[in-house]
Write a protein that binds this ligand. Structure first.
Ligand code: AQP
Length: 326
């Protein structure tokens, strides 16, 4: 199993429910590699000192959310050079047209019109390399990353057909609740850690009052019924968040709030989220203060990932005909 998050901003509750929370549930049953995707992060301009500090902060969140470094390899992507090396090989099997059609590429081009760089376009190929290096069967992600896992499957099949069976064909693992949390200010848009409006996102680091305030300000509608429906994007999003954090299904969430007014409902969602976040926040602070411990975990994670990645890359180099010495 492989997955990653970019250290491109403060983690949102979407990153948690769509991704990290699910990794924790799977770590006992799979051979897991979970990376901090700093090479992906620089496809958008990052301030170097901040990128470095966010890398450690993200590692501390991984552990605070419940990842166990004995059960999975936790590492920083740039410390395993095979990610870049395999990307180069896979680039030659990927067509420019298919990269230009990727939804995230088009979104990011619109959001960063002054910086439409090659890395942004090549992001899905680097992600394919990330996944294929570890021969992953499963990639737990939020809905927004499904298209990228699908292109990784296409690239893997293409390689296998051209050079013989090499890669496993990965599948995205997307859970029923929390797989696509929308912005609190514009529920037609995904909640993103790089959103310029801080009220649009609830960050894992937000304190209780901030969490509740953001939910109370969430955009809803002029109706006053707490029901899940396509026409009620704001309320449906809040119900989805509640379900993901309370560990219930959408129907049960609807029943809980039947006849309840919007104000009371929003406060209850905020309180439920804040209750889940409080112990994680305390744990993240504690872990982040212990830099030696964190460095040690990332060092051994990188060593473990390096070993697995080197094995796959050497096979790939042999298959494509790269000279590797005697
Ligand atoms: N709103 C979301 N709901 C559910 N899952 C989400 N994910 C992201 N946003 C939501 C999932 O989090 C994982 C890590 O994402 P990423 O950091 O690698 O990139 P991203 O998908 O581009 O996430 P952001 O928050 O939108 O980052 P920026 O703003 O930097 O682009 C993925 O599994 C993703 O599906």
């Amino acid at each position: 199993m492989y997955s990653a998050v970019q250290p491109s901003g403060n983690l949102t509750i979407g990153n948690y429910t769509g991704s990290i929370r699910n990794w924790v549930a799977f770590q006992n049953d799979y051979d897991c590699y979970f990376a901090i995707a700093n090479m992906h992060a620089i496809t958008v301009r990052q301030e170097p000192a901040q990128l470095r500090s966010r890398t450690l902060e993200l590692a501390a969140w991984y552990l605070a959310c419940g990842l166990d470094a004995d059960k999975c390899a936790l590492y920083v992507q740039s410390q395993v050079p095979q990610h870049a090396e395999l990307t180069w090989v896979l680039n030659s099997l990927t067509y420019v047209g298919e990269m230009q059609r990727m939804t995230q590429f088009k979104d990011k081009c619109a959001r960063h019109a002054d910086n439409i760089n090659m890395g942004l376009m090549d992001y899905p190929v680097l992600m394919a390399a990330d996944i294929l290096l570890y021969l992953a069967d499963y990639v737990p992600v939020g809905v927004d990353q499904k298209q990228h896992v699908e292109i990784a499957r296409d690239i893997a099949l293409r390689f296998n057909n051209r050079y013989s069976e090499t890669f496993r064909i990965p599948e995205p693992l997307i859970l029923k609740t929390g797989a696509k949390i929308m912005s609190l200010q514009d529920p037609s848009k995904k909640m993103s850690k790089s959103d310029e409006n801080p009220n649009a996102c609830v960050f894992l680091a937000d304190d209780r009052d901030t969490v509740i305030r953001k939910f109370r300000r969430a955009v809803t509608d002029s109706d006053n019924r707490v029901v899940f429906s396509e026409e009620k994007q704001g309320i449906s999003n809040l119900l989805g968040i509640y379900a993901a954090f309370a560990g219930v299904g959408i129907e049960e969430a609807e029943k809980t709030f039947a006849g309840v007014g919007y104000g009371e409902f929003k406060t209850a969602v905020g309180e439920t989220v804040a209750d889940v976040l409080a112990p994680i926040q305390a744990e993240q602070k504690r872990i982040l203060a212990d830099k030696d411990y964190l460095n040690g975990i990332l060092k051994s994670g990188a060593e473990r990932a390096y070993k697995a990645a080197r094995k796959t890359l050497s096979k790939v180099y042999r298959k494509v005909g790269f000279f590797q010495g005697d």
